[in-house]
Unconditional design. Sequence first.
Length: 501
Amino acid sequence: MAENNVQAPETQEQDLNEILKVRREKLAALQEQGKDPFTVTKYDVTGSSAEIKAQFVEGEEKTYRIAGRIMSRRIMGKASFFHVADATGLIQCYIKRDDVGEDDYAGFKKMDIGDIVGVEGFSFVTRTGEVSVHTQKIELLAKSLLPLPEKFHGLKDNDLRFRQRYVDLIMNPDVKRNFIIRSQFIKFMRKYLDDMNYVEVETPVLNTIVGGAAARPFITHHNTLNIPMYMRIATELPLKRLIVGGMDRVYEIGRIFRNEGMDPKHNPEFTTVELYQAYADFHDMMDIAEGIISGAAKEIHGTYEVEWLGEKIDLTPGWRRLTMVDAVKEYAGVDFGAITDDAEAVKAAEAIGVELAETADKTWGNALYACFDQRVEEKLIQPTFITMYPVEVSPLTKASPEDPRLTERFELFICHSELANAYSELNDPIVQRQRFEKQLELRERGDDEAEMLDEDFLNAMEYGMPPTGGMGIGIDRAVMLLTNSDSIREVILFPTMKPLD
């Protein structure tokens, strides 16, 4: 019975067992004949499926050696067609007994879908107009002992797709496209920053103190030092130390680890770029964020127009910049600019059904942020920089000269998703200590996402840190935007999954 037939579950299980048995018997027979495919160490490839199609000229035969996985077969007696998938796509191959010899043709007929082969032959076009390879030699390079999913239905179960990404990549070509775009985005971003004279650096993943963000860390233990250590939740504090040391423009692309919930926008480990520039401010960071994301879209797709989460997004430079006070006034109908009293601010938030976190102080700033978080963020579709965040939620940010309740901070929102976060960095070590001490109070009151006090960072700041602009961009979410993906798991090759029993 054909491997790809759809049957009742118990019949499928019986047939799978038979398929596994038959494939192993085929391998054993090859090994007995001295033709063990797993002893092959190299195959010289001279062309890809994409190159063969691009270089084809009618009437001109070119010989190639290609390698890839058999994805389909159509056996017709003394001649057959089969498709081979390589890293660049799928190409049809034609094989004839009289060309390869009776023994090799018989060997081909015993091959299975999923087997990896090397094919040598010349390019031609079939009567239906399909550029193909006329096989002159075929070699089995690796035996597939497990059958691929049924070809007409593919691999659709998302849980299985993410657990077995290798099968997902084999069966779903669009998945590979997502990760090619991811690579292209990171390459573009690196060039953009390198061309601005930024220096790429690396900082520790394991730390004795956790800081740089409001998040719960993963905790491990160092046996030799006999101390707890924390996987980093941000790269901010080490990078700022480098600014103090005179490296005026630095960035790091790296993995971040946060022990928090999982949903379509969050994975416990994810990738960010953080960058810091001396003698710059958060306005400069807005220009860089806009330049990287819009420029990458133009470079990769040839247009500023993309679709994401069912919305048409216009990434043409010149994105909207809106203060948080103005955003809450526009979208939630509360004018915090006209409110000066903490109690009045809390009352105004409660009047529109907004509640402050239990651990949060009942202040004007916390009320403003709660209104934005609960009533405004979900309404931001087109690229929008929300600026001037309350000091209560921005412990590492420089206060606004015009209003000490606010800080020179922005977050970038596209399609109600945060893609970037940036500050005019706080560089006053005395104020920074006060902010850290406030964070310690929050931790003592049960907020396990509040920051720890980092004495070495404060020591570095006391040597003098220049005015600095800093920013973090979520690479995974940026790639979600550029690939029209609705889940972060679609753009992380191996997302975190709960183990199967």
